[in-house]
Design a protein around this ligand. Sequence first.
Ligand SMILES: Cc1cc2nc3c(=O)[nH]c(=O)nc-3n(C[C@H](O)[C@H](O)[C@H](O)COP(=O)(O)OP(=O)(O)OC[C@H]3O[C@@H](n4cnc5c(N)ncnc54)[C@H](O)[C@@H]3O)c2cc1C
Length: 468
Amino acid sequence: MKKTIIIGGGISGLATAWLLRSKAQAAGNELEITLLEKEQHPGGKIRSIKAEGYTCEWGPNGFLDSKPQTLDLCRAIGVESNLLRSNDNARKRFIYSGGELHQLPDGAPGFLRSRLISWPGKLRLAMEPTPFIASAPVGVDETLADFGRRRLGAEALDKLIAPMVSGIFAGNPETMSLVSCFPRIAELESEYGGLIRAMIMLAKKKKRDQAAGKVVSSAAGPGGVLTSFREGIQYLADAMAVSLGDIVRPGVAVAAVEKGTDIPYRVKCSDGAEYVADQVIVASPAFAAAEMIAGLDGGIAGILQQIPYASMTVICFGYSRGQIKRSLDGFGYLIPKKEGCNTLGTLWDSSMFEDRAPEGKVLLRSMMGGACFPEYVTLSDDEVVARVRKDLALTMGIDAQPEFVRVFRHPQAIPQYTVGHGARLQALDDALKKHPGLILTGNSYRGIGLNDCVAAAERAADEALSQI
Ligand SMILES: Cc1cc2nc3c(=O)[nH]c(=O)nc-3n(C[C@H](O)[C@H](O)[C@H](O)COP(=O)(O)OP(=O)(O)OC[C@H]3O[C@@H](n4cnc5c(N)ncnc54)[C@H](O)[C@@H]3O)c2cc1C
């Protein structure tokens, strides 16, 4: 029987193991799968912590239902009926600018009324579909900042694009690659000649499709509906781990992946244990994969080490509802770097999902650090709490002491798809050809959202199966 070792039990490794097992069974292939996870509890960045009636998400708080991958996986593992959709509040998103929270407008009239962007900034944005805007530079891996300045203007870059980049990647738009972070935006520009033009054409197409009776996505807004579980998003990781049973070996840190003698690979663990395998699927972060693979192929390890990571601190504050003067009707808000605040933004978790806070209480979750503020990762818990309180006072007028506080730290939290990322992936693909059976998956390569990780897991499972 062929043996497959999967390294890393975050959503990427768990989904790879689950999909590989189910695809192998469907194809009638006998396969011995083992998943080695360093920590005692699988899930990686996914962890939902319950304390004093609050449910705090340590990392992700859900996935968007506008892409099918995670929903399909939930159906396949039988947890679809436990899904919890965020309520309508989550559609309202805010940006803090110039001393107030501005709701992000969802159409042209709202945009014209909004005070988030100045009139000169609006005029610059209105030029986006015109021939005065330079086309994408040919053969250049453009940064998100260069793309923003070129197409939308400097103000839209600061107040719209940069907060979006920090909200998703905790990243710096001056270094991040447009085509690696948001390939669809690059595609829309090249297909339609501009973003506004693309939005108009796609809206017309949707109307035509609806008129012709075709099924069109029912997801609210372009991003879809944020989806989780009543118990928190950890429910998904736990369900996969339970279903995989003995396949998952927690508390086993892999030290090295080496060439085997009569079987292709030997996997050495920090505790001295050794496993042999026909295939090794590495689903750990790139920097951890680099360490494991260094002896096998220094070239691959060198490329993996070039993928930088941003650290993050997540801070949960619980309050009595009466202590918050403003409405919490929304998803929360992001803060442009130019505002000079300490936090990247704050999510109103208890407004999005039921049961995230006890009756009469609210749960706010602030983010700190990221690629623009790497030094914040060294702050003490007391300093972190003091700085979050300062920002909440400024942005939301909250002077009260939180009655519940949790600080979660993520060193090397999120991979940064900086300029050159696409070339690095190509070099990895080429180098991996020398090592049949060695597969890399996870959030370090082609998308960091939970949907992206599940899509990558499916590709890894298909590739593994095709090699057997
Ligand atoms: C604060 C935060 C908020 C986020 N919010 C969202 C969100 O709301 N929605 C969304 O879609 N995405 C979100 N993301 C992104 C998403 O959570 C991650 O991209 C995703 O969970 C990564 O999964 P992964 O399995 O690829 O990696 P990880 O979760 O990092 O898992 C990798 C695993 O490998 C293990 N490992 C490492 N080294 C070894 C070793 N030597 N031996 C064995 N095991 C090893 C680790 O212990 C870990 O369990 C967020 C991320 C963060 C940090």
